[in-house]
Design a protein around this ligand. Structure first.
Ligand SMILES: NC(=O)c1ccc[n+]([C@@H]2O[C@H](COP(=O)([O-])OP(=O)(O)OC[C@H]3O[C@@H](n4cnc5c(N)ncnc54)[C@H](O)[C@@H]3O)[C@@H](O)[C@H]2O)c1
Length: 354
């Protein structure tokens, strides 16, 4: 049976990749994207689906409850996949208000809309799937076991605190009102369409523009990196096989220190530039990588306040209950990602002017 999905934040990094994943795998489903097109949303990222009759884009805010209710009713939405958020930790430190507004109040507004439209006693199955982060669990010591679904929440930044609050609200709407919800908490994603303020696209695009590669503190902060399509597949599995009311941790079993990621990107790009002289013409500014030494651009900068040292996900539950495991290797995923940025100069250059 075909489904109608409402994807909030579907013009952002993971949302866009999810929309392509979904319409490719389920071409008969309808997908409606609701996105406010903040600085992080980019309509051109959806160019590849705009002419698909099963795709609709609505520009709007998740805080607009009346708009969401009308979409749920008029489009016969059966599944809501909620990505829309303020997502950059640094911005949450300099301006936390927008994070509380979108991530907490916005999620609550969506929950109210789903409750009003879906809980009408018609007995139909619906699903409100909330996309969250491993950052809600706080930070790990080097020898600690990775986060599981039973790890206590201990968020340390306004971003992670706002996501934690939204996770609790989602849970409460099942237990209080019976809304059919699920949540996934995922580790750091990377891949195409990633806004160039985040570590991996920042390093790639700064090498191409001969800009410094800023590394916080000692660069030993550890993250568990997952290729974005593996995240989309994980959410798909939760929607198909996951139980209502459950949370699932989705991760890459792929821990890397930030400084090692920066050096890895430098190495791969050095090889690409050495093997392909056309890149020298395409990116004449990129003097350090052309000279074979982009690491010269690395600059250690003052650490982010409250910077978590380590995140790592234990995906055992998703593996056992959903059959989830990451498919992309880090070698192939990072290579694909760098190739994407090398071929999509117009996409990322337009964003750097925002
Ligand atoms: N990027 C990661 O590594 C990662 C990891 C785990 C979980 N997550 C979660 O996944 C989700 C998506 O992350 P992302 O990296 O794609 O974020 P993003 O910042 O790239 O995209 C967010 C999207 O939401 C839209 N948006 C923001 N506020 C809105 C509002 N009030 N109404 C409607 N739309 C609004 C933006 O325009 C943008 O298109 C977030 O909820 C984030 O917390 C991200």
């Amino acid at each position: 049976m075909s489904e109608s999905l409402l994807v909030t934040g579907g013009a952002g990094f993971i949302g866009v990749n999810f929309v392509y994943y979904w319409l490719n795998k389920y071409p008969n489903d309808k997908v409606v994207v609701l996105d406010a097109l903040t600085y992080a949303g980019n309509l051109s990222s959806l160019d590849g689906v705009q002419s698909n009759p099963n795709f609709t884009f609505v520009q709007g805010n998740i805080l607009d409850q009346a708009l969401v209710e009308s979409i749920l009713k008029e489009q016969g939405i059966t599944k809501l996949v909620h990505f829309a958020a303020e997502s950059h930790v640094d911005r949450s430190i300099s301006g936390p208000d927008a994070f509380i507004e979108t991530n907490v109040l916005g999620t609550h507004s969506l929950l109210k809309a789903a409750k009003n439209v879906w809980l009408t006693g018609d007995g139909l199955e619906h699903r409100f799937h909330h996309v969250s982060t491993d950052e809600v669990y706080g930070t790990l010591e080097p020898s600690d076991p990775p986060f599981s679904e039973t790890t206590s929440y201990a968020p340390n930044s306004p971003y992670s605190a706002s996501k934690a609050a939204s996770d609790h609200l989602v849970r409460s709407y099942l237990h209080t009102y019976g809304l059919q919800v699920s949540t996934s908490n995922c580790s750091n994603n990377y891949g195409p369409y990633h806004f160039p303020e985040k570590l991996i696209p920042l390093v790639i695009t700064n090498i191409l523009r001969e800009k410094p590669l800023p590394v916080y503190g000692d660069g030993q902060q550890i993250r568990d990196w997952l290729y974005v399509d593996d995240h989309a597949r994980g959410i798909d599995l939760v929607l198909q096989r996951g139980l209502v009311g459950e949370s699932y941790n989705i991760g890459g079993i792929n821990e890397w220190a930030n400084i090692d990621i920066v050096k890895l990107v430098c190495q791969i790009m050095t090889k690409k530039f050495a093997d392909n002289l056309k890149l020298h013409e395409q990116f004449p500014e990129a003097r350090s990588v052309i000279a074979g030494n982009p690491e010269a651009l690395i600059e250690f900068v003052t650490d982010r306040p409250g910077h978590d040292r380590r995140y790592a996900i234990d995906p055992a539950k998703a593996n056992a209950e959903l059959g989830y495991q990451p498919l992309e290797t880090f070698d192939s995923g990072i290579e694909k990602t760098i190739d994407w940025y090398l071929s999509q100069e117009n996409w990322w250059k337009a964003l750097l002017k925002v």
